[in-house]
Design a protein around this ligand. Structure first.
Ligand SMILES: C[S@@+](CC[C@H](N)C(=O)[O-])C[C@H]1O[C@@H](n2cnc3c(N)ncnc32)[C@H](O)[C@@H]1O
Length: 206
């Protein structure tokens, strides 16, 4: 039998990594703009995953004000470039400022304003070490299909915000993509109940 974590255990796990002032500023800006961000526990997890593969080229769907982007940067190698897509240009402007204040050079960030499924379609095949998806749920299945084109073998795919209360259509979209990932023999996947829930998978085509 597995012992379930208590609420205290859960809170400890989600605040285990102390966030610096830049991340806290990015969170504050998100709050001002009424935006939900990745939590500290899941943020630490994506940082960790980026570091395990020494990620250099990362694509993110859902820039927001840069919270998840900063977490990814902290795990990527020093030559790393983050391509981050968001349909909201105001949020991306805020993220650019936050990245700059955090000392991230402008040539390390490629912020693209637009609808994810349209922008992703134009990105290069086999060019990314990690793809982090945290945007519109109804696009998750299309983005999953695209991720297998964009990721290099050994790359990592991450979907955020896959646990919780959703509208019927969002719940169906999440369930469909969860099943597709789990059943794909090219992927080694795991569901992790950190923050609002993550599915991570490593891409191992034969
Ligand atoms: C929940 S927020 C997460 C932001 C960021 N990943 C974080 O954790 O701080 C989702 C972001 O995705 C963006 N978004 C929603 N639908 C999108 C779409 N179809 N294409 C591109 N971006 C989208 C929103 O504008 C928002 O900034």
């Amino acid at each position: 039998m597995t012992q379930m974590p208590s609420n205290n255990d859960w809170n400890l796990s989600q605040s285990y990594i102390t966030e610096d002032s830049h991340l806290l500023n990015a969170r504050e800006k998100s709050k001002e703009l009424g935006l939900i961000t990745i939590g500290p526990g899941a943020g630490a997890l994506i940082r960790f995953l980026a570091s395990t593969i020494d990620a250099s080229n990362v694509v993110e769907i859902g820039t927001g004000t840069g919270v998840s982007g900063l977490c990814l940067f902290r795990g990527m190698n020093s030559a790393g470039v983050l391509t981050s897509i968001d349909s909201d240009a105001e949020r991306q402007r805020a993220a650019r400022e936050i990245f700059s204040e955090a000392g991230i050079a402008a040539n390390k960030i490629r912020l693209i304003a637009g609808r994810a499924i349209e922008v992703v379609d134009k990105l290069t095949d086999n060019a990314y070490d990690l793809m982090f998806i945290n945007g519109e749920k109804l696009e998750y299945e299309t983005l999953f299909e695209q991720s297998l084109r964009l990721l290099r073998p050994g790359g990592i795919l991450i979907f955020n915000n896959i646990l919780g209360e959703f509208s019927t259509s969002d719940a169906q979209a999440i369930s469909a993509v969860s099943d597709k990932i789990k059943d794909d023999s090219r992927l080694i996947s795991v569901m992790i109940p950190s923050g609002s829930g993550i599915i991570a998978a490593s891409y191992r085509p034969s």
